[in-house]
Design a protein around this ligand. Structure first.
Ligand code: OAD
Length: 234
């Protein structure tokens, strides 16, 4: 049975009311915020960063998973082959939509970690992060357990192994601006996998895909999932 790897980005959560990073209304269009979300920005002004991060975490709490998150969870539950779900999103909407196993390559916004020794501290969305709180082990400053520019994403060895053995690779709601995620399609193609981009508009790497579905994720992802499950005869 075929192995499917799905990569998702901010576009899958857009219809849940969470902004994307680029494009109209994108988070990084505000240069002040983009500069803040870096190791230097955090070190220079942790208080402002914490305010920004807590506001964002509240949005993650208020947002509800949409039909695209739910369709992927259905695929995970019903697909008889192997399904690997990799997301660049730091929200928890895949899990809240029913997904059981999610590789969060850019971390999650409901965990903190020590900036010095790396010990992790759960930080439920409901509880604001107090920037004055220090690591119990080493006294270091806590920071969000999210990946900033210039840092190595999580789970890369595992993801590369899955890409190297997949039969179908799908990228959903991601602009193809940020590597290594933007390069996954090429790895999958290299091993002969079929590749599909599901996005509102052409991504930066759209020409690397065999197939393309254009449209809002909440509409087109459920249809795509129905098609896969119909093909495996369920
Ligand atoms: P982007 O904001 O770069 O791209 C979002 C993509 O989703 C765009 O191509 C949109 O066209 C598409 N899109 C928007 N609404 C959609 C909808 N309703 N249905 C389908 N597609 C839609 O977000 P990412 O590609 O996820 O990294 O960004 C990648 C990384 O850049 C993020 O994880 C973040 C950022 O810097 C870190 O913070 C480390």
């Amino acid at each position: 049975m075929d192995k499917i790897v799905i990569l998702t980005g901010a576009g899958i959560s857009a219809e849940s009311g969470l902004g994307t990073y680029r494009g109209p209304g994108g988070l990084w269009n505000d240069k002040r915020i983009a500069a803040l979300a870096t190791p230097e920005g955090f070190a220079n002004d942790p208080e402002t960063f914490a305010e920004f991060h807590n506001t964002r975490r509240l949005k993650h709490l208020e947002a509800q998973p949409n039909a695209a998150h739910e369709a992927i969870a259905r695929l995970e539950a019903e697909y008889p082959g192997e399904l690997i779900l990799v997301t660049q999103n730091v929200d928890r909407l895949h899990e809240r939509g029913g997904a059981q196993a999610v590789l969060h390559m850019h971390g999650v916004s409901d965990d903190m970690k020590c900036n010095v020794c790396g010990v992790k501290y759960p930080q439920p969305f409901e509880v604001p992060w107090d920037v004055a709180k220090r690591c119990d082990d080493c006294g270091g400053r806590l920071r969000p357990d999210t990946v900033w520019f210039g840092e190595m994403p999580y789970h890369m060895d595992e993801i590369q192994e899955h890409l190297a053995t997949c039969d179908l690779f799908a990228a959903i709601g991601t602009s193809g601006n940020v590597y290594p995620a933007a390069g996954f399609v090429r790895i999958a193609r290299h091993v002969g996998a079929r590749t599909i981009e599901i996005n509102l508009e052409a991504s930066e790497v759209t020409s690397d895909f065999d197939d393309v579905i254009r449209g809002p994720a909440s509409e087109v992802v459920p249809m795509w999932v129905d098609g896969i499950l119909a093909n495996v005869g369920l």
